[in-house]
Write a protein that binds this ligand. Structure first.
Ligand code: S3P
Length: 423
């Protein structure tokens, strides 16, 4: 894909539906009684992997445009899959399914692509084993993972990392366990699972950093409308801020506070980011307007990190265009995402002339120098591909984004939407 420096990005868009909420809606709908109709479902490859897994377990799931109807089988109605469950590139599918499948009354095998096979699964397997689960991973507890369904008991578990995937796996297992399951988070991570369990009639409470889920007798399907994904909106927010002569409005974006760290940081860098709240359901949403702004460097660390973990690659692009130094710390989790995002961004930013240095837990970027085009690798990682596209829009010349197809993981319409606002 060739990207030429832009003269301005202007217009009103919607972005890809929220990936985290789409996954969870299919999972919760599948183990609930009755129909769950999901409007504005993300038809990206990751969420299609989740749908395929539940179809293999006997759940009827119909798709029409981007509306999905899941006919749930109730808490105990999943059937043993005849074949291995393939989770593709999706960490959310793999980890949440470990928790959901551990207490079923059948055995199965989970596997994913080459990237998933490298990602740490022991963080999920260890606490599930404490609950009594029988999971056997491959070489250091990676996928393929064999799961022999068995009964579980509730535990209290202090998470060693702030991970919504790990937290959610334990919550889903907790729905089936004997007694309560309590999870203590080191830092607040996205809480879509907690909100959704409440919506489906489960019992879950969250107080400060302690989440307690009670075993459920039955959950009940209902209608869900998925807002736009703030992690996808982030690419257009930053493109609008760094490309001169830009003004972009992004309609109907999810504004759950556990996800809005990107807005806080961009404002602290001097970015013009205006929010108009429109939806106030359990998952708040609204419109975001950004205007080209001179940015300055900032520090990103601590509790902010889980609130913008997926936006850090594109935030490092914003930092490259911001005057002065930006320090990203406490972000070692970036090393175990779809690629090692610290190394990937250091290497690719350097190709464009950015003064950037990786550290053990982040990046230090001296921004504000004019940048030039390049031939950028994506490491098969959708967020690296979109981040480098955003950089290319504001770097002199014409850049090449290699293997850009990985963008289909989370944002199949990314280039169409970008085209619609190019002036
Ligand atoms: C996700 C949680 C985050 C995020 C991922 C989606 C989720 O991962 O990076 O893209 O849907 O729960 P971790 O929970 O592993 O940090």
């Amino acid at each position: 894909m060739k990207i030429t420096v832009s003269k301005g990005l202007r217009g009103t868009i919607t972005v890809a539906p929220d990936k985290s909420i789409s996954h969870r809606a299919v999972m919760m709908g599948s183990i609930s009684k009755g129909k769950t109709v999901i409007q504005n479902f993300l038809m990206g490859e990751d969420c299609l992997s989740t749908i395929a897994c539940f179809r293999q377990m006997g759940i009827p799931i119909e798709a029409k445009d981007n509306q999905i109807t899941v006919t749930g089988s109730g808490l105990r109605g999943l059937r043993a899959p005849q074949e291995m469950l393939y989770t593709g590139n999706s960490g959310t599918t793999t980890r949440l399914l470990c928790g959901l499948l551990a207490p079923q009354n059948f055995s199965c095998i989970l596997d994913g692509d080459a990237s998933i096979r490298k990602r740490p699964m022991n963080r999920v397997i260890d606490p599930l084993r404490e609950m009594g689960a029988k999971l056997i991973g491959t070489e250091g507890d990676c996928t393929p993972i064999a799961i022999e369904g068995t009964s579980l008991k509730g535990i209290t578990y202090v998470l060693p990392v702030a991970s919504a995937q790990l937290k959610s796996a334990l919550i889903l297992a907790g729905l089936y366990a004997e007694g309560e399951t309590t999870i203590v988070e080191p830092k607040p991570s996205r809480n879509h699972t907690e909100l959704m369990i409440n919506g489906f009639g489960g019992r879950i409470s969250a107080e400060k950093n302690r989440i307690t889920v009670s075993p459920a007798e039955e959950l009940f399907g209902h209608a869900i409308e998925v807002p736009g994904d703030i992690s996808s909106a982030a690419f257009f927010m930053i493109a609008g801020l760094i490309v001169p002569n830009s003004e972009i409005t992004i309609r109907n974006v999810g504004l759950n506070e556990t996800r809005t760290g990107i807005i806080d940081v961009l404002r602290s860098m001097g970015g013009s980011v205006h929010i108009e709240k429109t939806g106030s359901g359990i998952e708040p949403s609204g419109d975001i307007t950004v205007k080209h702004s001179p940015l300055h460097g900032t520090e990103i660390g601590g509790d902010l990190v889980p609130r913008l973990i997926d936006e850090l690659p594109v935030l490092s692009v914003a930092a490259a265009f911001a005057e002065g130094r930006t320090v990203i710390r406490d972000a070692e989790e970036l090393k175990v995402k779809e690629s090692n995002r610290i190394d990937a961004m250091e290497t690719e930013l350097k190709k464009a002339g950015v003064d950037v240095q990786s550290t053990d837990d982040g990046l230090i970027i001296e921004g504000g120098k004019p940048l030039h085009s390049g031939v950028f690798e994506t490491y098969g990682d959708h967020r690296i591909a979109m981040s480098m596209t955003v950089l290319a829009l504001a770097a002199e010349g014409t850049s090449t984004i290699k293997n850009h197809q990985c963008i289909n993981i989370s944002y199949p319409d990314f280039f169409r939407t970008l085209d619609s606002i190019c002036t």
